[in-house]
Structure formats: structure tokens, C-alpha cells
Design a binder for this molecule. Structure first.
Ligand code: 4NP
Length: 169
């Protein structure tokens, strides 16, 4: 099983959508036995809490149920997950520092990167917009950004590791 951890600031808006879209695409492609995602926050403000109601409502429009409860990124996560995938430059800096302080060596570009490195529409800016202080339409924009980025990310993983779909999925 290849494990991916999506990380944002609060773990109630963007990273739960990253996790849910990754797992949904993996399931649709028959890859849920070999790919699995979880999510966590840089900050511990929402530990044990459900995702933002707007996150849950918007995902439900796409037939995705978000049941994740908030948790904070831990030292154990740095080894437990093959890839740590962040939403914006600030998350990248925060996680990079946490990794370096913990392990005394920087993370590789394979280990830690921005999810929009895989967004085929990216021109310049690489951040997934923080929707927390925005309207519901931004939650849909975030969902679409993460869906198309995760499709490309999963295609990359399939090619790199020669992953085979399970026929019965
Ligand atoms: P997220 O969004 O990092 O995508 O989960 C936020 C969630 C909560 C807060 C900020 C951003 N907050 O300030 O509590």
C-alpha cells in the first residue's frame, strides 16, 4: 500500500478534500488496494473536529462523503507516508521546517511537494486557494483543482510504480 498524506493549515477545508478526491479517484480506477490517502493540519486548532460544513456539503454534491476528523501533523507521519502533499507555499515552508527540525535532513522533492505541481492548468502560482474566509463557490473551485491535480498525480504514480487495477473494483 502506497500512502499519501495531504496537509493544509487547519485540516478542515483543503486537505480533507485532497484526501477524499484522491481516494475516490483511486477507487474509480480500481486502485484502492494499492493507494490510500489521509490528511492532517500544520496547526492543531481543529483536532477531533469534523471538516468544515461547507467542505462536507460541497463534496456531497459530488457523491463523496467526508468523515475525516481533524488531526495535527505528527513526527510519525514523516516516515509513515511516502508522500506529504501540501496546498500552498506557507504549508510547504512549515512542513519543510518541521521535517528538518525532526530529522536533521531536508525532505526530498519526492517526499514533500505542492499538489498543484500536478495541475495541468497551472501557469505560475501553485497554491490551492484557502477557502476558509471565502464563499461556497470557492469550495467548489478547490474541489475541481484538487480533483484534476489528483487525477494527474495518480496517473504519475501508476506509471512510476506500474500499479495494476483490480478487476473487481
Ligand atoms: P484549511 O483552511 O487550512 O484548508 O483547513 C483553514 C481552516 C481553518 C482556519 C484557516 C484555514 N482557521 O483559521 O481556523
Amino acid at each position: 500500500m502506497r500512502k499519501v498524506l495531504f496537509v493544509c493549515l487547519g485540516n478542515i477545508c483543503r486537505s480533507p478534500i485532497g484526501e477524499a478526491t484522491f481516494n475516490k479517484i483511486a477507487q474509480e480506477k480500481g486502485l484502492s488496494d494499492v493507494l490510500w490517502a489521509d490528511s492532517a493540519g500544520v496547526m492543531g486548532w481543529h483536532v477531533g473536529k469534523k471538516a468544515d460544513p461547507r467542505t462536507i456539503k460541497n463534496a456531497a454534491k459530488h457523491d463523496i462523503e467526508i468523515t475525516h476528523l481533524g488531526r495535527k501533523l505528527s513526527k510519525e507521519d514523516l516516515d509513515a507516508f511516502e508522500h506529504i502533499v501540501v496546498m500552498d507555499e506557507q504549508n510547504f515552508e512549515d512542513v519543510h521546517k518541521f521535517y528538518y527540525d525532526t530529522k536533521k535532513t531536508p525532505p526530498s522533492a519526492e517526499k514533500l511537494f505542492l499538489i498543484r505541481d500536478f495541475d495541468p492548468t497551472v501557469r505560475g502560482v501553485h497554491d490551492v486557494k484557502d477557502p476558509y474566509y471565502e464563499g461556497e463557490e470557492v469550495f467548489e473551485e478547490v474541489f475541481q483543482t484538487l480533483w484534476r491535480s489528483n487525477e494527474a498525480f495518480i496517473n504519475h504514480l501508476v506509471e512510476k510504480h506500474d500499479l495494476q487495477p483490480k478487476a473487481s473494483d
